[in-house]
Design a protein around this ligand. Structure first.
Ligand code: IMP
Length: 205
């Protein structure tokens, strides 16, 4: 039977990206479809903590199996920043509004000015709550911070992220091409593996 999970996100772009990655392998319900309209808390200092916090809240509110994710762009030369602060990077530094992608990218490029090591990675943590059991998985894509934004697709830091081995930024790629290699795509594949493992009948010793 196809598993059914509520995805604890208020971001419509992420919802459709995840539905596209999962296809017919898992039925994904939005928060609205689960009858939840409130903002979810995200106050942990780690990606894993935020994912767990959101999934626990949704499980409590609707009593259904669910998952939540949290993603950060981790830049080596900046000691892992913006990391868990990725969505609020500019606003936390007095340089723009919360979730203002242009301001976030502008601040990032400003901080990277003159820095030769531009290596970075996107990391997604996913917390799954299924049958009351909590499981954490992650997905990582390594790459580089571009010198300037390029491309119009995607969201967030996509225009300044060059995945390893590519001369195109995420924002210059077709959605299917991004999903095939992205942090979220990899984390979702690991989520499916975790579900498949849970579905295996345990072998008697
Ligand atoms: P979230 O936890 O998925 O909401 O991600 C936090 C922040 O990381 C977002 O607000 C974006 O700025 C950034 N981010 C997450 N995923 C992506 C992505 O796939 N591309 C570009 N930026 C992303």
């Amino acid at each position: 039977m196809i598993p059914q999970l509520v995805f604890a996100t208020n971001n419509d772009h992420k919802l459709s990206e995840v539905r596209q990655i999962l296809g017919a392998r898992c039925r994904v319900l939005s928060l609205a479809e689960a009858g939840i309209s409130e903002e979810l808390p995200e106050t942990s200092p780690t990606l894993e903590g935020n994912a767990l916090q959101k999934a626990r809240r949704v499980a409590r509110l609707c009593g259904m199996d669910c998952f939540a994710d949290d993603t950060g762009l981790e830049v080596a030369a900046l000691g892992g920043e913006p990391g868990v602060m990725s969505a609020r990077y500019a606003s936390a530094n007095g340089a723009g509004g919360s979730h203002d992608s242009k301001a976030n990218m502008h601040l990032l490029l400003e901080r990277m000015a003159g820095i030769a090591d531009r290596s970075a990675r996107f990391r997604t943590a996913i917390a799954l709550i299924r049958g009351g059991k909590e499981t954490l998985v992650e997905g990582i894509v390594n790459g580089q911070i571009a010198e300037a934004p390029a491309g119009a697709d995607g969201f967030g830091y996509d225009p300044v992220f060059l995945p390893e081995g590519s001369c195109l930024t995420f924002a210059q790629m077709a959605p299917e091409a991004k999903n095939a290699i992205s942090h979220r795509g990899r984390a979702i594949e690991n989520l499916l593996h975790a579900i498949e493992n849970q579905n295996q009948p345990s072998t008697p010793i």
